[in-house]
Design a protein around this ligand. Sequence first.
Ligand code: AMP
Ligand code: ZN
Length: 114
Amino acid sequence: MNDCIFCKIIKGEIPSNKVYEDDKILVFKDIEPQAPVHILIIPKKHITSLNELSKDDAQIIAHVFMKVQELARELGVSENGYRVVTNCGVDGGQTVEHVHFHMLAGRNLQWPPG
Ligand code: AMP
Ligand code: ZN
C-alpha cells in the first residue's frame, strides 16, 4: 500500500526503532509509548485490520503470538506480565490502517481501558 505509514516503515522509507525483523513480521518501538515497554508487532503483508484477515493469514498471526512470547522473555517481562492489544476500526481506536499488535509492559496496566 503506497500511502500506508507502516508499509513505509517496512520498506525503510520512514525510520523506526527496530526491535526485531524476519520475513513475516517487523517489531519496532511505538513512537508515543504508553508504558515503559510499548512495541508494535506488524505483519509485513499489508492487512488493513482484523476485519480483513483471511484464512491464509492464520500462520502469520500464530507467528506474531509465538514471537510475543519470545520477546517477553528477552525484554524481561514474562514474569511480571504484559498486555497485547489490537485496535480495530473507529470504535476500537484504530488510527493506523495496517493491522498491528501493541505489546505493553513494565507497569501495572489498568482494566478496563478507556
Ligand atoms: P492504533 O491507534 O491502535 O492504530 O495504534 C497506532 C500506533 O502507532 C500508535 O500507538 C502510534 O503511537 C503508533 N505510531 C504511529 N506512527 C508511528 C511511527 N512512525 N513509528 C512508531 N509508532 C508509530
Ligand atoms: Zn500497510
